[in-house]
Design a protein around this ligand. Structure first.
Ligand SMILES: Nc1ncnc2c1ncn2[C@@H]1O[C@H](COP(=O)(O)OP(=O)(O)OP(=O)(O)O)[C@@H](O)[C@H]1O
Length: 388
């Protein structure tokens, strides 16, 4: 699923209203009937609405779906991307979009810039993508987890990432500065470093090893365990050799029933990597959660910061289900990348089931958590920025 922003500046104010109407209608309808789109958009005259619907469908922001009872439309990931980008553009968080710099398992990463040319990272969460084939094969699961609910889960993942990043940054942890969040997207500081896995020169492996173990302990002393602390999620600056931690989908409280297991796994990941890559084996056993003294409550603080316990539970439940399905499919599925863009352009046969899953999108999700400013100068410019 590529981010194609070419059409963004050609959309009229009416097109945006209709796109927003489809998004809002999707909260209660898997397939949003055309009269409802018209009603929500508040636009007078069917011809204008129809024109916008056809414009939006042509560029793949909504997709026509036929179901047993009626025809209608659903929002595509492309449409959701545009809505999020438009929010960022209106808030002046983003002015131009550059190259894709990463494809995570469940996200796409782009370099973007604001009006002054300051570069940032746009992370677009795309949950469910890895498991698409698996999910397709699983009827019951598909019935309850349609595209709209993946989008909702991606939005929860973005909210979680933003909330954790903010709390961690505010408390002096080496994480990117969070800048903005809208729908399923997070905007953050661009770190001019590469993942530890890719860094060829580590001047002093024992020092970096100690720094990383120190970080695991510091997280825990503030009530948190990263849960996925590995060579992919630690960026290391080649000059300063300073680590920056990214990606916190599995972050849990030290009060979690499996806290010790997660803590030990983080420690073990680093140990194994340093042994394999640098032939470095510490004489010490490595930290243990039992020895960590709690000094702070960031695990509690994060709940108060816009990502509720209920939302955390919903997301965890979903991630666990996905993990189970992936396990069942085995290694073959873990290599399967999305095929859902193939579906995005086509007319679809809907299941006819209305999305009454109360896990569904919550209309009260705020898009206004826009307070932080990126002060960091991110160094070397990256080319290919296009204004949107
Ligand atoms: N703030 C940032 N600055 C610079 N590069 C970044 C930043 N955030 C992410 N990246 C790059 O994008 C890649 C993927 O990011 P991230 O780990 O957040 O995505 P993900 O989908 O969670 O990945 P995965 O689940 O596969 O680990 C990183 O390995 C890194 O190269």
């Amino acid at each position: 699923m590529k981010l194609d922003t070419r059409a963004i500046r050609y959309l009229t104010a009416e097109d945006w209203r209709v796109l927003t109407a489809v998004e809002m209608g999707s909260k209660n309808h898997e397939v949003v009937p055309t009269p409802l789109i018209s009603q929500i958009s508040g636009l007078r005259g069917a011809s204008g609405v129809n024109r916008s619907i056809s414009n939006l469908a042509k560029v793949g922001l909504i997709a026509k779906v036929k179901n047993a009872k009626y025809d209608g439309y659903r929002l595509t990931y492309g449409g959701l991307d545009y809505l999020a980008l438009n929010t960022f553009i209106k808030r002046k968080s983003v002015y131009s979009i550059g190259n894709q710099v990463g494809v995570g398992k469940e996200s796409d990463i782009y370099v973007v810039a604001d009006e002054s040319g300051k570069q940032r990272i746009l992370k677009i969460h795309r949950l469910g993508r890895i498991s698409f084939r698996t999910v397709k094969a699983n009827r019951d699961y598909l019935r309850n987890r349609n595209a709209a609910s993946w989008m909702y889960m991606s939005r929860l993942a973005a909210m979680k990432e933003f909330a954790f990043m903010k709390v961690l940054k505010d408390n002096g942890f080496p994480v990117p500065t969070p800048i903005d969040q809208a729908r399923h997207c997070v905007l953050m500081e661009l770190i001019d470093s590469y993942p530890l896995r890719q860094v060829t020169e580590i001047a002093d492996p024992p020092k970096l090893y100690d720094d990383l173990m120190g970080l695991i302990v510091r997280f825990a002393s503030q009530g948190l365990i990263h849960g996925d602390f590995n060579e992919f999620n630690i960026l290391v600056n080649e000059e300063t050799q300073e680590p920056v931690v990214i990606d916190f989908p599995q972050m849990v409280s030290i009060d979690h029933p499996n806290a010790e297991e997660y803590f030990d796994r983080d420690v073990q990941c680093i140990k194994t990597f340093f042994e394999r890559k640098f032939g470095f084996e510490s004489e010490e056993k490595g930290p243990s959660l039992k020895d960590v003294k709690r000094r702070g409550k960031l695990d509690v603080e994060v709940e108060a910061s816009g990502f509720s316990k209920k939302q955390a539970k919903e997301l965890d439940k979903y991630l666990q289900q996905i993990a189970k399905l992936d396990e069942r499919e085995g290694d073959e599925a873990s290599g399967a990348v999305s095929t859902d863009e193939d579906d995005e352009d086509q007319e679809e046969q809907g299941s006819g089931i209305e999305n009454d899953d109360d896990d569904g999108p919550d209309s009260n999700l705020s898009e206004d958590s826009h307070e932080m400013k990126n002060e960091a100068d991110t160094g070397a410019p990256r080319s290919g920025l296009l204004s949107v």
